[in-house]
Design a protein around this ligand. Structure first.
Ligand code: HEC
Ligand code: HEC
Length: 322
């Protein structure tokens, strides 16, 4: 008996020590530093370039949806210029992530060079080398478009707003310590992309600017990793309301005859759907900004979606209660 108690004591101590060491390792690995090249992107004060940047920020790239203050949601939907002073919280299973201040103030991107901002967007690496969570799809966005976006950011009035640090829970800290890696470009990044109605341009917009792929593909909510087939839908978005928690699931956009949401939609119907805008109040899809895309941009995206590999995946449409 005494021997057994002694055994228990020592295993207890051993387990506690292992947990303590794990905890210390997790804490020590919180601020892991990554390296990535600096894109050759330099902001300009050319008014045409700034106008193109603004069209991207309030249109397909929908930066304002995440970086404007939450209470300005309606202005953002209408395309009214809003301060991109950050603070919106994403409440995830790993903790609370804050969208940053991206105005030219020192509390925003004022102390970052153009190349540092471009590196954050393309390689997911912050000025100090820490990895960003993969919220943004701009890894393969062209030099030309990044230049336009950053030129617009530099032209906004500076807004002083100190955004809190992300608040990770223990699971989130473990993810940061061991799993989080900055997401970067796949293959060569284009210098510029020809803007026309081709599926090629549609693919560029859908994957690298508008994030259609990022939402219409199933993902691991811990790491942001893509776990479903491209465009087959199935990613769940939760909305907490007074009467409980509801969720919406992204529809399957592949041309699968049985389960594809837009199968049978003509190009005209597709464009009209975007002009109609939001139908479900709680939707996370940025219908406002997308509705400001030109007919040509929407045609290109439509043409691209016809070329995606069909995947059978039945998705429950509409608002569902948890
Ligand atoms: C879906 C929401 C979303 C969209 C759309 C979005 N962002 Fe972000 N952005 C975030 C979040 C969240 C973070 C912080 C992530 C983190 O802390 O790991 C962030 C971080 C950043 C950073 C890093 C700032 C720093 O201090 O390192 C920059 C720069 C940035 N965003 C610019 C943009 C621009 C420019 C656009 C549009 C072209 C854009 N974002 C679109 C959510 C978004
Ligand atoms: C932030 C996430 C998000 C992004 C980005 C996004 N979607 Fe969606 N999308 C959703 C959700 C959620 C729904 C289901 C709710 C709804 O219909 O609004 C949806 C619905 C749709 C529908 C079906 C609408 C209907 O009436 O049934 C289409 C078509 C669609 N998205 C196309 C796109 C395209 C094309 C893009 C890129 C230009 C895109 N989505 C980007 C989240 C997103």
């Amino acid at each position: 008996m005494r021997k057994f108690l002694k055994f228990l004591k020592w295993t207890g101590i051993a387990i506690l020590s292992i947990l303590l060491i794990l905890y210390i390792v997790i804490e020590l690995r919180q601020n892991r530093i990554f390296d990535a090249p600096y894109p050759v992107v330099r902001a300009t004060d050319d008014s045409l370039v700034i106008a193109r940047g603004k069209a991207l920020v309030y249109g397909p790239a929908h930066c304002a949806n995440c970086h404007a203050p939450k209470e300005m949601e309606e202005q953002v939907n209408k395309g009214i210029e809003t301060p991109l002073s950050g603070g919106l919280v994403f409440d995830l299973p790993i903790g609370e992530i804050y969208a940053k201040n991206i105005t030219p103030d020192a509390t925003g991107i004022g102390n970052m060079t153009d190349a540092e901002v471009a590196r954050a967007l393309r390689y997911g690496v912050r000025k100090d080398g820490r990895a960003l969570f993969d919220f943004m799809p701009f890894h393969n966005t062209s030099d030309e478009d990044l230049t336009a976006i950053i030129s617009y950011l530099r032209s906004q009035p500076a807004v002083k707003h100190e955004v809190p640090e992300n608040k990770m829970n223990l699971v989130g800290k473990a993810v940061s310590a061991f799993l989080l890696k900055p997401a970067g470009p796949v293959g060569d990044v284009p210098v510029a992309v020809k803007r026309d109605t081709s599926a090629l341009y549609g693919q560029y917009l859908a994957n690298n600017v508008a994030n259609c792929r990022g939402c219409h593909t199933n993902r691991d909510l811990m790491t942001g990793a893509f776990i479903g087939e491209d465009y087959a839908g199935g990613l769940q978005f939760e909305t907490a309301t007074d009467s409980g928690t509801y969720y919406l699931t992204t529809p399957n956009l592949t041309p699968d005859e049985a389960t594809g949401r837009i199968v049978g939609w003509s190009q005209r119907q597709f464009i009209d759907r975007f002009r109609t805008g939001r139908l479900i109040k709680q939707t996370h899809m940025p219908w406002g900004p997308f509705g400001r895309m030109s007919d040509d941009e929407l045609k290109a995206i439509y043409n691209f979606l016809q070329t995606v590999k069909p995947v059978r995946n039945e998705v429950k449409l509409g608002l569902m209660k948890k």
